[in-house]
Design a protein around this ligand. Structure first.
Ligand code: MD6
Ligand code: FE
Length: 214
């Protein structure tokens, strides 16, 4: 078991397009501390299905930690310093999250990345995320660091125009994608997650995206 994890952690870096890298198994060495921190975050700010600006219930359940959290409702998408369900500030960013995000970004060539927002996405079987750009952050100089946990999923990775046919990239438990520079505004999404069981996470996929939003 340990050998396999070390092997995966060393499997290294796959360049996707300029500015985007896949770090296979990057988080496996810190899996326990990351999963424990995540449990505390979702106990404090439960995952919930937000509403799109068009009035639809999102199939992905979301919550946040950090100074800012991404929210969606009928008035639009934005970052907010409070959880709209509780009126309280979002849970603090766990140190283990900051360390993971900063070290993954540095590994991808983005030194000095300190996230102030972490969006937590939970995909139950059938949940998906349609192609979108991440453009609610204040500036696009900082990369986004994305950690996949639990069930595998196909990450759809398009161009800077929605019509461009996306690459289909399988992401597994522990993989990290770092995304910035010339790739920062590429369209991307997640194909419907297939039912399954992950020994550590259970019957869903969790994705954490770390951003510098403010
Ligand atoms: C997900 N991720 O993988 C959704 N955005 O569940 C994203 O929307 C995303 O992974 C920007 C950069 C990386 C991402
Ligand atoms: Fe995104």
């Amino acid at each position: 078991m340990m050998t396999a994890e070390l092997f995966d952690a060393d499997a290294g870096v796959q360049a996707l397009v300029p500015g985007a890298l896949l770090l296979r198994g990057f988080a496996l060495a810190h899996e326990d501390v990351v999963v424990a921190a995540l449990s505390l975050v979702v106990a404090d700010a439960p995952l919930r299905h937000m509403t799109t600006p068009g009035g639809f219930r999102m199939s992905v359940a979301m919550t946040n930690c950090g100074v800012l959290g991404w929210v969606s409702d009928t008035s639009g998408y934005r970052y907010d310093s409070r959880d709209p369900d509780s009126g309280q500030p979002w849970p603090a960013m766990p140190a283990a999250f900051t360390e993971l995000a900063t070290s993954a970004a540095a590994r991808a060539g983005f030194d000095g990345f300190v996230p102030d927002a972490c969006l937590v996405n939970r995909y139950d079987p059938g949940a998906r995320l349609t192609l979108h750009q991440d453009r609610n952050e204040r500036d696009f100089d900082a990369p986004i660091v994305s950690l996949s946990l639990g069930l595998p999923a196909l990450f759809l990775f398009g161009g800077t125009r929605r019509a461009e046919r996306p690459l289909r990239l399988p992401l597994r438990h522990g993989d990290v994608v770092v995304w910035g520079g010339p790739a920062r505004l590429r369209y991307h999404g997640v194909a419907a997650v297939r039912a399954g069981h992950h020994p550590r996470i259970g019957a869903h996929r969790i994705n954490l995206t770390f951003r510098k939003a403010g």
